[in-house]
Design a protein around this ligand. Structure first.
Ligand SMILES: NC(=O)C1=CN([C@@H]2O[C@H](COP(=O)(O)OP(=O)(O)OC[C@H]3O[C@@H](n4cnc5c(N)ncnc54)[C@H](OP(=O)(O)O)[C@@H]3O)[C@@H](O)[C@H]2O)C=CC1
Ligand SMILES: O=C(O)C(=O)[C@@H](O)[C@H](O)C(=O)CO
Length: 283
């Protein structure tokens, strides 16, 4: 299946959809990742704190794909924002995965009350200069945090990975990212792994009607809507069939009106995670 690409400011081309790995680890995680790669996923989102960079590295090795055909993204945890710790953590991330470089490395959370994210950003920029990572970005950053990075280092991230789904579509943050040449990635793009919260989103009448109209399922409608917004979604499925369905979104288009109708479902306080980056500090 041909997946379109999205190009970062620095010219790096990413597949327009990636694979989330939040709880994918160990032997069962390896089976999940084998299936994902086999299904055609080429961008894999991991994190130091997921404790699965080893599983991701193992899956890469088993895939027998040339390293350059895969794009691997990891994230720096809050406890390692100090410059020296950040460089060491990136090296440790590489050793865990058995990789020579990451394609992307993001600051996982800004942790604004600790106030060390500019130092962490400087470390990521230097890690890029040292050749440890090809592109650098952030996750869960709000405009005020991004403005501070630019003011203090002169450099903005290539990527901002944020919570985004039909009830929480983040119009202001998407606009900020777009105006600053930052690609928005969506975490919990299907409404997250808590079925009680995500199922009602996928069962919204508008989403179900569109699924019927286009002979797709609700997940595919949501992922297609995110794609048409210019957002790069990172869905996770442990199920090989759903993994394949989530990639099968490039043979139809929603109308502009339908895209806007889904955007109109947005409720500014409908985070499924209740994790507001202003107050949520993760180490
Ligand atoms: N930067 C950050 O702070 C964060 C980043 N993330 C990243 O984002 C990724 C994705 O987010 P996540 O929270 O996992 O949630 P998702 O929105 O990707 O939803 C995953 C859940 O949806 C189910 N699912 C997948 N496809 C379908 C489908 N087509 N129809 C119905 N159900 C489906 C899965 O079940 P099943 O497995 O049974 O298919 C799973 O329970 C994470 O894995 C992680 O990589 C997540 C949270 C925070
Ligand atoms: O999954 C991630 O990337 C996170 O940042 C986690 O903190 C996630 O939001 C979670 O599991 C919180 O309990």
């Amino acid at each position: 299946m041909q997946i379109p690409s999205i190009t970062l400011r620095n010219g790096l081309e990413l597949p327009a959809i990636g694979f989330g790995t939040g709880d994918v680890k160990g032997a069962s995680g390896l089976t999940t990742l084998d299936a994902a790669i086999n299904n055609g996923y080429r961008l894999i989102d991991t994190a130091y704190n997921y404790e699965n960079e080893g599983t991701v590295g193992q899956a890469i090795k088993r895939s027998s794909l040339p390293r350059e055909e895969l794009l691997i993204s990891s994230k720096l945890p809050g406890r390692h924002h100090k410059y020296k710790n950040a460089i060491t953590a990136i090296q440790e991330s590489l050793y865990r995965a058995g990789l020579d470089y990451y394609d992307l490395y993001l600051i996982h959370w800004p942790n604004p009350m600790r106030g060390e994210y500019v130092e962490a950003w400087q470390a990521l920029l230097d890690a890029k200069r040292f050749g440890l990572v090809r592109s650098v970005g952030v996750s869960n950053f709000l405009p005020e945090h991004l403005d501070k990075l630019q003011a203090e280092t002169g450099e903005l991230p290539e990527i901002n990975q944020i919570e985004l789904h039909p009830l929480f579509s983040q119009p202001e943050l998407r606009q900020y990212d777009r105006e600053h040449g930052i690609i928005t990635e969506a975490w919990s793009p299907l409404g997250g792994h808590d079925l009680e919260l995500s199922q009602p989103i996928r069962e919204l009448p508008l989403i179900k009607n569109l699924a019927d109209k286009y002979h797709k399922n609700s997940g595919q409608i949501i992922l297609r809507w995110e794609h048409q917004l210019g957002v790069l979604p990172l869905p996770l499925s442990h199920n090989a069939k759903r993994q394949a369905q989530n990639l099968d979104i490039f043979d139809f288009s929603l109308t502009d009106e339908e895209v806007n109708e889904i955007c109109a479902l947005d409720k500014a306080d409908a985070r499924v995670s209740e994790q507001n980056p202003l107050t949520n500090e993760e180490l």
